[in-house]
Design a protein around this ligand. Structure first.
Ligand SMILES: Nc1ncnc2c1ncn2[C@@H]1O[C@H](COP(=O)(O)OP(=O)(O)OP(=O)(O)O)[C@@H](O)[C@H]1O
Length: 254
């Protein structure tokens, strides 16, 4: 579904990603983990088509650089780490922006577009905020709105850059379960980044550990979330405990 080969990205003259290779199958969930500054957001931004790169990024066998913007937006939806919040915009109108790739030039959203946006608001527990200005929402409420907009885009590839970092523990689980349900029902492919390693391992089929702009390890969560790899790449002292849905990572002092 997604094929990344020999990907290099330089920002302001500094190479951040050094020949990254990554394959994500249709319907698979891969989460990129790694220490601060490893290049996780840069990787997602390149795949999302907002950064220049060299190498190859293919979606469904087609190079993204060859896709017109509108077509790309029908294939890839992104929840960025810090999305731009348009001043004065109501929540429902923001979520409707997710339908833009389907609205003809100079056209208006259809009743179906509105129905899809409203369904996303319901699924993400946001109905009561529909008419509020986005700027007036709390950080966690706003993060759910960003996800609602991306899901309204109905793209087969979803890029999630730390989608639950502002959410309380209940909403974290609710949002990730919703993404997982959509994946099961519609074959959605998910590429995410996350700092919570236990949650990352519970939801992803595979984890890719990025360090200094290179893939240092990739595989099923139990293969990547090891005390040795986490010590080496995060300089963290942890205990790894076997959980029902994947390894549970507990930071320890000694
Ligand atoms: N415009 C820029 N010029 C130079 N370096 C940059 C620029 N933008 C980002 N970087 C650097 O690129 C590196 C990777 O950044 P990126 O945001 O991809 O990391 P990350 O793994 O997502 O980190 P975090 O976990 O902290 O969100 C960082 O060292 C960052 O300082």
């Amino acid at each position: 579904m997604l094929g990344v080969g020999g990907l290099r990205v330089a920002l302001d003259g500094t190479e951040i990603l050094h020949s990254v290779d990554l394959e994500v199958a249709g319907g698979e969930w891969v989460t990129v983990i790694g220490p601060n500054g490893a290049g996780k957001s840069t990787l997602l931004r390149a795949i999302g088509g907002v950064l220049p790169f060299t190498g190859s990024i293919q979606i469904g066998g087609v190079e993204i650089s060859a896709l017109p913007r509108r077509k790309r937006a029908q294939l890839v939806a992104t929840v960025a780490q810090q999305p731009v919040v348009p001043p004065g915009m109501r929540v429902i109108d923001y979520v409707l922006l997710g339908r833009t790739p389907y609205i003809p030039p100079l056209g208006r959203e259809s009743a179906q577009d509105l129905a899809i946006a409203e369904r996303r608001l319901r699924e993400l527990d946001l109905v009561r905020f529909a008419d509020r200005e986005l700027e007036t929402l709390s950080g966690g409420e706003r993060q759910r709105v960003f996800l609602a907009r991306a899901l309204a885009q109905d793209a087969p590839l979803l890029l999630l850059d730390e989608p639950t970092s502002a959410l309380d523990i209940g909403h974290q689980q609710e949002v990730l379960e919703l993404v997982d349900t959509l994946r099961a029902e519609h074959g959605l492919t998910v590429l995410a980044t996350m700092h919570d390693l236990s949650i990352a391992g519970e939801y992803a089929d595979r984890l890719a550990l990025l360090a200094d702009g290179r893939v240092a390890a990739i595989g099923p969560p139990a293969q990547v979330l090891t005390e040795d790899l986490l010590r080496e790449h995060y300089r963290a002292r942890v205990r790894v405990i076997a959980g029902d849905y994947g390894p549970i990572i507990v930071p320890v002092r000694g």
